[in-house]
Design a protein around this ligand. Sequence first.
Ligand code: NAD
Length: 371
Amino acid sequence: VVVGVPAEQPGEHRVSLMPESVRKLVTAGAEVLVESGAGALAYATDAEYTAAGARVVSRREVLADSILVTCVHPLQAAELHDGQILVGLLGRRSDTEAMSSYAERGVTVVSLDELPRKLSRAQAMDALTSQANLAGYKAVLVAATAYPSAFPLLMTAAGTLRPAMVLVLGAGVAGLQAIATAARLGAVVHGYDVRPEARGEIESLGARFLDLGITSSGSGGYARELATDETSRQQTGLAQAIGKYDVVITTAQVPGRTPPLLVTEEALAQLRPGSVVVDLASSGFGGNVAGSVPGQTIATAYGVTVVGAGELAGTIPAAASLVYSRNLVSVVEHLLADGRPAIDLDDPIQAAVVLTYDHRTVTPEDHDELQ
Ligand code: NAD
């Protein structure tokens, strides 16, 4: 198989395959084409790719000559051709417009946004987890930098500084890493989530669980969207509890929905001047914090800093690319049989991640028919 690694779009510093992963694929018999400069912003040079056994070529050659194209962000369907397989974080089955354009082009889409993460065989492929983990870590560094005081308890000859009180809302992959990181920096950390199992996970990291009396479990281990009355109870409860925290990091998401609004204007007004709120859920579709804007840091009228963090994994491009490319090696290995791409929609992982195939968008009911 010929695997192609194009450079990502401007502004994205990650690369989909790092040299160590290229070496692994080459050793397994693949030919790998890397666009010149593709790894530069993740500190992987063309020379390292060449040493790992790749051919470093132009973008045109990568896209013309590879069968399997890896990426972080989606490429335009127009750049690809019939018979190619595109692997990356390519969106969800419900993105029908984007998927139709790939299907019309004859491109097979393998999107890790749809990976069945609970399957143990899929865990090595779980790019959402590898990236969320780093985003949760970085969110704490962003918060600590914007915070005008220090995180740890400091006992010095000049007296004692009290530790920062940190609240993490949403204790999934990113939230748990944020809790662990803030604790390592010496803050007093509390965590909150609506999934019942989250309490134990938060407490096992040595943090305290903030109990607002609302629980919700949806399918596949995810939260479900709260009902309107639960949302307003949650917002009121948080507004009452939030005043004692110096730093709030929010990570709450419900798959396929807009992120829930947790920290309202009223809650922001309860925070002391100098407090910092980092909204990891901030995106074009809203966020967990009133007024947060992705990529922007806003000073509120009450002296609170609100950071709309958006995608933070990309700001640690070397580590994020390394783990992402390890995820992709597992995916590529899974897609091959005897060294050739073999789409098998009876396989539970492929049935979930293959969103277009054979000039059509694949819906779960199609599987039998296609085989
Ligand atoms: P996510 O990014 O979808 O959401 C982040 C967190 O926000 C979740 O913990 C969710 O419960 C929480 N949340 C949603 N609505 C909320 C609300 N209104 N108030 C407070 N919190 C709210 O989640 P994720 O990090 O991708 O992980 C989701 C689940 O999947 C977790 O149970 C995680 O442990 C599990 N998971 C399992 C595996 C595995 O089994 N290998 C891998 C990854 C994730």
